[in-house]
Every structure is written in structure tokens, then in C-alpha cells.
Design a protein around this ligand. Sequence first.
Ligand code: ADP
Ligand code: MG
Ligand code: ZN
Length: 521
Amino acid sequence: MSATAQSRLATVLERYEPVIGIEVHCQLRTVSKMFCGCSTAYDGAAPNTHCCPVCLGLPGALPTINRRAVELVLRAGAAIEGTTPPVTRWDRKNYFYPDLPKGYQISQFDLPLAAHGRLTFDTSLGPVTIGIRRAHLEEDTAKLIHAEGADGGRVSLVDFNRSGAPLMEIVTEPDVRSAEQARRYAEELQLLLRSIGVSDADMERGQMRVEANVSLRPVGTLPFGTRVEVKNMNSFRSVERAIEFEIVRQGAALDAGERLTQDTRGWSDDRGETYVMRSKEDSHDYRYFPEPDLPPLRVDPAWLAEIRAGLPELPAARRVRYQAELGLSAYDAGVVAGDAGATALFEATMDAGRSLDTGRPLDAGRPLDAGRPLDAKQVANWVTVDYLGLRNAGAAGSTITVDPAQLAAIVRAVGEGAVTRAQGRQVLAEHAERGASAAAIIDARGFRQISDAGAIGAAVDAVIAANPAAVADYRAGKAQAIGFLVGQVMKSTKGQANAAAAGAAIRERLDGAPSGGATEG
Ligand code: ADP
Ligand code: MG
Ligand code: ZN
């Protein structure tokens, strides 16, 4: 947002409070479609190769319920702490559009598989809980492709591969109060759905589609204003930008005394603005009625209990545990729990650390402290800074492989002072690239850290003799001269000196007494 737009937003927010409700559609991780046996692995396939009479909506074809799809929505419902009625139902949502071959979509209207849930997440202004009205199951539409025909005219083509794929819709209460909260809600929902294996929820690939209903009301008043529904936002950033734009646009319209209309608007990422797609006048009357081709769906309480019991640790609980039990900062806990790769590596590295046997003493002078758990904060640091750094530096979508046992060995080697932090970082990068073990890389590179007082002392003496100006500066009270001298020691030892030991040795020599308050003897 430009500075002027930012200040316009701030001005609007002085007088109006945004009221926002979010609708999310998610493709479910099933192998077959919602009401037929066609495969859902149509990504990249030739058009119209994954269809049958059922998902083409041919007359007389009858639907059969995909049990796995129902299970995944129940799992999502359990994860958002929703309730499931003993009997749910399928309803027909009727409208005509070329991407809907039957002329209706099988969906759920008044008895969704899950209702009354919630989701809690952090924002820059603290934690927020958003009520979730419902999560229901429906079928996806076909895909329209607008192209240029052989005669140069415009044609619309239909690809039915997606037609009838299972789709979950999750609708919040109008509890969201800012563009940031809306973005954070969508991010947290994606994380949750991925962590319970319900959806890959990739926004760029259309597996997760976010729509926002946005209205304003004068600060301090209760009734909701007229809402606008915003579609076509295909990244988290565009969710936030589109809502900020709508708040400013609606605020200006209300200030000008205009009456807002209940439009559906699209978001143009390039232009950074929303535009009218259709107005309320052409909104559909869906004429919902119970689906006559399917019986009501009774959810066996034992099955539901099994699904609840089978939920893994959810991201919110994980963040709490990382802070309360492992002592991670809120920030680190959020970063580690916020990424599936980071979570898996962190957990497995901690596990590996508990049974670490690197097979060789990394520092001949000291016993290997196997069996003692690794310092969780250190491991979190390696995962969030180094692992994610390496991964994000790679090409988009590329993955890197880090063996948790090797990361554990690196963390321990650095923690014990056998190699420096910088050397450890190089070992990790090389391991991630070539797969070699940490011990082999340390050997091959001749990495070790000089902590031995005699060896460091010799390097320190040489540096002091060669840098009289810095020594004079230090003696004249310029404390930062010590940093320069330590740097010279690191340089002369090719980075292998223990920096803390070098600093202490320099001070000891220049102050004429051991620093750090050691009063041995
Ligand atoms: P529809 O069925 O037309 O999509 P719903 O009443 O189901 O309408 O609401 C859709 C979404 O809009 C929900 O997330 C709801 O919380 C939200 N919503 C409803 N009224 C408002 C409003 N005045 N301002 C903002 N959001 C709203
Ligand atoms: Mg809607
Ligand atoms: Zn089919």
C-alpha cells in the first residue's frame, strides 16, 4: 500500500469499523471424486480425460457418496472444534452456468457436516478468535477456458476434469475486524488443513479459494452495513490488499453520502483494485431443496469419536507446547509450527538428539554427551534460520533434504565447541546439497574449532604484536577495538578460533588480569 493509501485507510478507520466474514473453498485430498469413481489426479492431464456419466451430469446417472471426503470434512470440523448433527443432508443448489452440467450443484444447506467452530491465531495486535459458522461438503464445478478460436473469434471451452471433485466450504461468522486478521485467518486455516491432511490448500493452484464479505459500520454502532463480496484473490497478500482497498473505497463512498449496493466484486492484483462483477439484482435464487437421489447422511457417533481421537497435535497446541515445555520464543514457536517441513525437521532432530551417537568423537578432548537432549532453542534456530534459509534460497517449489540425525550431529558439534557456528552452517549447506554426513564433511574440510588455550594464546600474541594502534585504542578506553582484534585472530586462524576464548585471552593480556570475574585458585 502506498503512503497515501495507508493514510486514507487510517482516516477511514477513525470513523468506521470494518466487519468481515470469510468464505473458503478447499479441494479435499481424496483419490476419487465426490459422487463417482473418477480420479482426482487431473492436474496437468489433457482436458476431459477424467470424467464419466455422473460427473458429466448425464441423464439417469446416480451419485454415490465418497466416504473419505465425508471423513475429511468431519476431521476439519473436529479440528475447528465444531459440532456435527446426528443426521445431515444433501441439498440441490440450482443455477445455470456452462461449468455446471446438471444445472444444479449437490451441496449442503441447513444441515452442514460441521457447525459452530472457531479458529484462534496471532496477529500483530495479539491473539484473535474467529467463530466458524459452518463447514460443509459439495462438488466442484468444471473449468471454463476462454480462448481464441480457429477463426480468430473468442471461444469458451469446458474442461470437465474438475467437475464433481469434492469441495469443502468453510464460512466464518462476521467476526473479522481488519484486513490483517483476514489474511492471518486464511494462513492459519491453510496450516491447520495441511497439518491434518485434509487439503493441500495451495492458493496459487486454486486448491484453496478465499472470498471476503466486507462492510463498514460507524465506530460504536452495532447494525451491520451493506456488504460487498470480493472474489479472485489468489494469494494471502492479495486477500489483505483487496480488503484494505475495499475499506478505503467503501469509506469514501459512505462519506460522500452514497448508498452502497450489495455487489460481488473481483480483485485485480495488477491494478490493485476491486471491480464490479455482478450486482445484487442479478444474484441467484438457488431454490435449494433436498437432494432426492441421496438419502440423509447419518454420522455414526463411534466413527466421529474415532476421527476426533485420531487428530494429530494441532498447530495451536504445538506452539503452546514449544513455548511452555521447550522454552522457545513465541516467534520461533510460530515459525517452526507454521511450516510442515520445519515442524518435521525440528521434531525429528530433537528425537535424533536424544539418541545421538555420531560414531566418532568430534572433539578428542571431550566425551560425547550422547543421550542429553539437544537445546531446543538451538535446534529451533538452526531450523528457522539455516534450514528455511537454505530452502528459500533454492528455486521456487524446490525442496532440500536434511537428515535430522545429521542436523542433530551438527548442532551438537557446534554446541560442544568442536566446530564454529559458521563452519556448522557450511556443513549443513553441504549436507543439504550432497547428502554427505556431517562427520565426513567436517573431516574432509578439516573443520575444527581451536579452543585450546595454548594455540589461541599464540595467535593472540601475534595479533597484539602486529596491531599496536588497536591495542593503544583499547587501552585509551575504546572498547570496540577488541572486536577488531578478535576479528584479526579469526582471520589468522582461518575462522577456526573460538571467538569467545580469543576475546577473553586478548582482554587478559591487555588488562593484565583475567576478565569475566574468574577467581580460581
Ligand atoms: P451468502 O449465503 O449470501 O454467502 P451468508 O449470510 O451466508 O451469505 O454470509 C456469507 C458470509 O458473509 C459469512 O462469512 C458472514 O459472516 C458474512 N457476512 C454476513 N453479513 C455480513 C456483513 N454485513 N458484513 C460483512 N460480512 C457479512
Ligand atoms: Mg457467499
Ligand atoms: Zn466421474
